[in-house]
Design a protein around this ligand. Structure first.
Ligand SMILES: Cc1cc2nc3c(=O)[nH]c(=O)nc-3n(C[C@H](O)[C@H](O)[C@H](O)COP(=O)(O)O)c2cc1C
Length: 409
């Protein structure tokens, strides 16, 4: 099926034609807005308390479905089952609305920096079946990246310090946009910069380019204007860059949270208030490794970003916390390596996931996860995965703790 283009208008004037396949409303709008708990204490403007959350098992038909949903134990078994062979598998709607007209056919995306520009994987995997591709970090000018070595393995993941090597936004548009425009899979351009002007400059160039379905801001970059402080760890800086980008484009805007903060909730709220359509959580955790002879740091850049299964508990905690304080969609990232990870993130309040490091070992994984999620839904008698979202969140909205991160003793 060829990409269907939808013209988004601004002030009555046709602005752009993003690559969006489906424009029928997805379940996420009504579910997210009426059923997901959110803290009214944290958002004084929200006068009406959130409606009680739907019973997580309400949509299930099989008598043992509640136990199954609670344990999640069937996921692995179902994962091994051919979805087409399961009754009803073909009728499960996996579409998800990430806001501003960006409706994905399914909620399994690939994470920035781990899938190139999508074109590199064409021979190995049917990229059109992925929910969306977040391409490599793109900056205003070309970047050569950090000193090698840039990557090393860790016991449950990897450390990377690529340093945003990329050819710059002009070259990215010239080389890839026309290809993306012919794809049915939406491509979201991951944008990085060292100043607000950098970010705005990149999105202005991307605005209206056919083939660019949205932008994801990587704000884990040092802000030169603030003496190298990362945008993502400072509420005001995160808010300011989001607001500036929002004013510069009508493209769907996803902002990516950093896990390297003590309490991400005020930052997430500030970003949502500044006009982001969705949040992605999380980027890599800051880490390092030593040379085998312990004579110094192994990576040329000293520090690197930890990714892979090791970071999933941290990312899960952040998704869980953020889901309780914002009402825009959350895309979970961190150590997704199987269907149980997807189900965990959905239960914690995410509406979609990105697969990153695991793609290096298994490029077909994202597509398999789509089939497996559909099979899980079909086996539970669900026609969408909406009932799987937020089941692990507290039943009643609770005000966020003023003490910071709650898992600490
Ligand atoms: C080699 C590599 C390069 C990455 N490059 C980027 C990037 O350019 N922009 C960005 O926002 N995140 C980048 N990331 C972070 C990933 O998108 C993702 O947030 C992180 O790896 C956690 O997901 P995972 O555990 O599934 O890998 C990169 C990660 C890796 C491993």
């Amino acid at each position: 099926m060829k990409a269907r283009k939808r013209v988004i208008t601004s002030g009555g004037k046709a602005k752009r034609s993003p690559t969006v396949r489906k424009i029928k409303p997805a379940w996420v709008g009504p579910v997210a807005r009426t059923e997901r708990p959110r803290s009214t204490a944290a958002r004084p403007e929200a006068a009406t308390p959130a409606a009680p959350r739907a019973d997580p098992v309400a949509g299930l038909r099989a008598p043992d479905a509640a136990a199954d949903l609670a344990s999640g134990g069937a996921a692995a078994t179902l994962a091994a089952t051919e979805p087409a062979a399961r009754p009803g598998a073909g009728t499960v709607d996996l579409a998800v609305d990430l806001g501003r007209g960006l409706v994905l056919e399914n909620p399994v995306l690939v994470a920035s920096g781990t899938f190139g520009y999508g074109v590199e994987y064409g021979e190995v995997v049917d990229v059109q079946r992925i929910g969306a591709i977040c391409c490599k970090g793109t900056t205003l000018r070309p970047r050569v990246g950090n000193q090698p070595p840039r990557v090393t393995e860790t016991p449950a993941g990897m450390l990377n310090s690529i340093g945003l090597q990329n050819p710059g936004v002009d070259a990215v548009i010239e080389r890839y946009a026309a290809i993306w425009a012919g794809w049915q899979v939406p491509v979201i351009v991951n944008v990085a910069g060292e100043s607000i002007e950098d970010y705005v400059g990149v999105v202005r160039k991307l605005d209206g380019v056919p083939g660019v379905a949205g932008v994801e801001l990587n704000i884990s970059c040092p802000n030169v204007g603030k003496g190298g402080l990362q945008f993502a760890i400072d509420r005001d800086a995160a808010s300011a860059v989001t607001r500036a980008v929002r004013a510069a484009t009508d493209l769907p805007l996803i902002v990516k949270l950093s896990p390297n903060v003590s309490d991400v909730r005020p930052i997430a709220r500030a970003i949502a208030d500044a006009g982001a359509d969705a949040l992605s959580a999380v980027n890599t955790l800051s880490g390092m490794a030593l040379r085998p002879d312990r004579s110094g740091p192994l990576l040329g850049n000293v520090y690197g970003g930890l990714s892979g299964p090791a970071i999933k508990p941290v990312a899960l905690r952040i998704v869980y916390e953020v889901a309780q304080v914002v009402d825009i969609p959350i895309i979970a990232i961190g150590g997704v390596a199987g269907i149980d990870d997807v189900l965990d993130y959905l239960a914690a309040g995410a509406v979609a996931v990105q697969v990153g490091t695991a793609v290096f070992a298994d490029p077909v994984l994202p597509v398999r996860l789509v089939d497996e999620l559909r099979a899980v839904c079909a086996a539970r008698g669900l026609d969408s995965y909406g009932p799987l979202v937020g089941t692990a969140l507290p039943r009643r909205p609770v005000p966020p703790s003023a003490k910071g991160v709650e898992y600490r003793p």
